[in-house]
Design a protein around this ligand. Structure first.
Ligand code: PLP
Length: 394
């Protein structure tokens, strides 16, 4: 139906007209990106499966070819922009994965001879990205997330890349302070907001130029798709990112985009429960002698807590800790009944893994990354404490 593809109808978002002040986060997440109501049409139009559009005459307009634009993306992009920046206009672009989004920012903004400052403790694939940047003649400097150590490397940099809380170490840096320092030196700032989600933290409000995320994780939360997004308030900065998406073709399928948008309706519900569960689990683990190096940014006493409490609205759904050996960690994971052993995080069903099995991250052999789901808190805590007990007998 051509009406479904009408750019004015589908592009005009109802909630974009709200000033943002009056809406609670659940309401905003429920309505984000929905089109104006159209009689006899669904509230969230279904995925638009097409490689091309009816396009007579001059090839202009919002929908020309499927690699450039899709109405299902448009609605989702509007929704994500509303969540990342409820009070000021922003634009989002969606990608095939978190890595596609992250690479789009780095490779579209940096040229040979530029310098970029990356975290030394960020996402597992960053070292691969780093190698590629160096191969293209870009200088890469790295420092840990904790203690705002990247600040010392900013002289002459073109881009500062932050990941906070960092994955998997859960260190936190001060986005506002680092963004101010970067801006003084003429550097752009991008924040990987995957772990926090826009309900946990709004990097653009804290001074970042780009908020980037793997929507694969908590943003969509069901572990059933890969998707990435880049959000900015500056259309000029976003232009090269859009061009990069077109060149590389790292685009999401319409089904993934639609599933993601559908999942946003429950974002606040999922996130509230998962963050509360994460705190309950962290508190329970903190009483156990066999648990060391427990980290959760929302736990008063955690090294990340003072900065996290200032800049985060919620502390996320990832908890990490160490058991004293690889064997003990493996016994613990095997004894869990309600928690699947799997990588990734942010999903409604709890998962955990021994991070050292991948190599790459600088973590002890008994290090567990625990992604807290939306189970009843008592069920989850009971299962984890029981598995800890069970893991004691070798
Ligand atoms: C998972 C993840 C990515 C990459 O996302 P994919 O969708 O797997 O490509 C990037 N950054 C962080 C912090 C992540 O956790």
């Amino acid at each position: 139906m051509s009406g479904d593809l009408d750019p004015e109808g589908i592009g005009a978002s109802r909630s974009a007209h709200d000033d943002g002040h009056g809406l609670g986060e659940s309401t905003r997440a429920l309505r984000a990106g929905l089109p104006e109501p159209v009689q006899f049409q669904p509230p969230l139009p279904g995925p638009v499966f097409t490689s091309h559009y009816h396009l007579a005459g001059d090839p202009t307009g919002p929908y020309t070819y499927g690699r450039d634009e899709n109405p299902t993306w448009s609605l989702l992009e509007r929704a994500i922009a509303e969540l990342e920046s409820p009070l000021e206009p922003a634009e989002s672009l969606v990608f095939a994965s978190g890595m596609a989004a992250l690479s789009a920012v780095l490779f579209s903004q940096l040229r040979a001879g530029d310098t970029v400052v990356l975290p030394s403790d960020g996402y597992q694939a960053l070292p691969l990205v780093r190698e590629q940047l160096i191969a293209y003649g870009i200088e890469v400097r790295t420092a840990p997330t904790g203690g705002d150590a990247q600040r010392e490397l900013l002289d002459g940099a073109r881009l500062l890349w932050l990941e906070t809380p960092s994955n998997p170490g859960l260190d936190v840096c001060d986005i506002r302070a680092l963004a101010t320092a970067a801006r003084e030196r003429g550097a752009l700032v991008a924040v990987d907001n995957t772990l926090a989600t826009p309900l946990g933290q709004r990097p653009l409000d804290l001074g970042a130029d780009f908020s980037v995320a793997a929507a694969t994780k908590g943003l969509t939360g069901h572990g059933d798709l890969l998707l990435g997004c880049v959000t900015s308030r500056d259309p000029e900065l976003l232009g090269p990112v859009r061009r990069w998406r077109k060149i590389v073709g790292a685009i999401p399928g319409p089904m993934e985009a639609w599933l993601a948008h559908r999942s946003l309706a429950t974002l606040e519900l999922r996130h509230a429960r998962q963050c509360a569960n994460a705190l309950a689990l962290a508190e329970a683990l903190s009483t156990r002698a066999e648990v060391s190096e427990l980290r959760y940014p929302g736990l008063p006493g955690d090294p990340s807590y003072p900065v996290a409490a200032r800049q985060m609205r919620r502390f996320g759904s990832v908890v990490s800790f160490s058991l004293d050996s690889r064997a003990r960690a493996e016994r613990f994971l095997a004894a869990l009944r309600l928690v699947d052993e799997a990588t990734s995080f942010g999903g409604v069903r709890s998962t955990a893994e021994r991070r050292g099995r991948w190599g790459g991250d600088a973590v002890p052999e008994g290090f567990i990354r625990f992604s807290v789901g939306a189970e009843d808190p008592q069920d989850l805590v009971t299962d984890v404490l029981r598995a800890l007990d069970a893991s004691a007998d070798a």
